[in-house]
Design a protein around this ligand. Sequence first.
Ligand SMILES: Cc1cc2nc3c(=O)[nH]c(=O)nc-3n(C[C@H](O)[C@H](O)[C@H](O)COP(=O)(O)OP(=O)(O)OC[C@H]3O[C@@H](n4cnc5c(N)ncnc54)[C@H](O)[C@@H]3O)c2cc1C
Length: 401
Amino acid sequence: MAERQFDVIINGGGMVGLAFVLALRGSGLRVALVESRLPTPWRAEQMQNRVSSLTLASQRLLERLGVWPGLASARISPFEAIHAWDAGGGVRFHARDLGEAWLGHIVENGLIQQILFEAVQANTETSVFAPASIEQVNRDDAGALTVRLEDGRRLGARLLVGADGARSLVRDWAGIGVRQRAYGQRGVVATVRAEHHHDLVARQRFLAGGPLALLPLADGRCSIVWSMPEDEAEATLDMDEPAFHAALSNASEGVLGEVLESESRAAFPLRAMHSERYVAPGFALVGDAAHVIHPLAGQGVNLGFLDAASLAEVLCQAVRRGRDPGALATLRRYERWRRGDNQLMQSAMDGFHWLFSNRDPVRGLARNLGFALTDRAGPVKRRIMEHAVGLRGDLPALARP
Ligand SMILES: Cc1cc2nc3c(=O)[nH]c(=O)nc-3n(C[C@H](O)[C@H](O)[C@H](O)COP(=O)(O)OP(=O)(O)OC[C@H]3O[C@@H](n4cnc5c(N)ncnc54)[C@H](O)[C@@H]3O)c2cc1C
């Protein structure tokens, strides 16, 4: 027998889980959040090496959740142009082509998580269990879920949402399988200062080993994500600073001059994963629990935010109609809404990865042709941009222009 009764329990208070909790505010649903770790406090004097490139859709969503001013007053880094290139050609996008001031913002993950967490804690409608973890989940024939925490407390609910990242336990409890593959790459991240200012341009150079992204920061430095084969990543982590700076200057073709300083070098494994389903009776998955994509287009958390807002919208409609939030028919609406879009993005990333990650001359020709066509064909370029920054597509109300 549960000691406390809720309608929805969210497992995982990362960026996506926290945004989901806030999106449910005012729904009338009784909500609980379970998170195993308290967020590490964000510090203004230390730029974190894990950052996200937030789309305009994510910005709108965070504005409507009331947390954007908190981010903006702490530290956000806008960019107004994107330049992607390889040895044979390139393409440029500018915010003014879309009539926008910016194409997006670079924000530290730890800052996003902290500001969202503060907003969740300030919201008396939500019960927060952190640090805490779920040990066992049971669902009876009538659809009532009982969740047992490690400390023995029992919580009741109709729906358990997995926002617990790539290794989601909720996914296992729901019996949902995954399709996954390792790229055999790691993403080397660091914060670097180069000779020249980035001029508010987010840059990406496609190299045979993987893409190198130079994301512009407000203080003139760049946050880099350099995808490369595992063994090269190991060697890159082991390099002394002069060797690392020289390798990075070379890999970026000196587009910002020489790299002069760097800090917080680290590497993260890269893989692709997609859950076979996003929902099961009494269960739903959002964010990296449902899909992990290559960071080359910086879309992971942006897709997760759209999942969170879409699922919240579907649940709010269900509540208004007096429906069970854990019923499969309700949850399937969310799955139909989001899975196709996320699959498309994942396939596009896989396609990019295939096209760019080698020296085959035929693929080289295809790349150059693609760059040239995209750069010259105005309407095509505009559509690609509108999708990438979140001005187009079947967006949830919280993220719509
Ligand atoms: C190198 C790199 C660069 C990237 N760059 C970008 C980018 O520029 N833009 C972008 O959009 N995306 C980017 N991504 C992807 C992005 O980081 C992820 O998509 C995002 O962090 C997913 O957020 P999430 O909240 O779904 O999951 P997570 O961040 O994994 O959060 C899961 C949360 O659940 C908690 N948790 C886990 N298990 C349990 C449990 N059993 N019980 C309770 N709590 C639990 C964890 O503590 C954590 O707080 C990048 C990824 C990498 C690797």
